[in-house]
Design a binder for this molecule. Sequence first.
Ligand SMILES: [Mg+2]
Length: 291
Amino acid sequence: MGNSGSKFQDVLTFLQVQSNKSRLMSLEMTYKAKQGHIAPDFSCLDILTVLYFSTLRIDPANPKLSTRDRFVLSKGHAAGALYATLAAREFIPKDWLDTYQGYETRLMGHPDRLKTPGVEHNTGALGHGLSVASGMAAALRQQDHGDIVPNVYVLIGDGELQEGSNWEAIMLASHMQLANLTAIIDRNGLQQGDFVDSTLALGDLSAKFRSFAWDVSEVDGHDHGALMEAFTPRNCTHGAPRAIIANTTKGRGVSFIENQSKWHHKVPSESEYELARAELLVKIERGSSSE
Ligand SMILES: [Mg+2]
């Protein structure tokens, strides 16, 4: 492997370790708060880590920079994943995580842009993020940012796609040729209470987005290299909006939490917390030792 190859491998190793460090933060926050959404957090933490450490044009020291890329967490119940990532990226102090969902906290159970630096939009009522992100993308391309066209990324849960409002936005974004809009689908096959296919099946999502004239790709949502490539920023105003179907495992990272409906909103017992923490620490240490 050449020098550039080994540097890329270093980046992948960093992202892998950071994703698991953020999972550990989400676990600890949820255990302490006695509420939260561990499995939805773990499902999307490779995606958030790649976005915040590799893709997005952002500046933690200037979270309102006008030319910044925007990220909207439409599956707002995964707020713990977003807060862990914002802390890791130094948008917020790490000690804020200890106050997650507590009295007078700045880290609510769902994202609140007036309380938390780096949060672009309040979410949690599902099915709205894509509409908001489409509006952001349309507005940003009308503004004069010199040679820069800020990109908007939105992460949508697969269960959330059962909300009809998404399909209005999917139709509109295509009609408006929002080339600076990327929708990422966290395709873990589960939603609150059951599997998506048992609740209201989505069928062939790629074919559906393509039928609305979107530019569609499918990736392994835990493969940092594949995510980096899929998220490559665009710098054009008009063209097909981009949909990335990220195939994920809900609860990814801890064996007994993976792909289990009950972990959508479950708080670990003390023994479950210790077991989960131990699994993540092994992964973090193994990754760090290969850096
Ligand atoms: Mg899901």
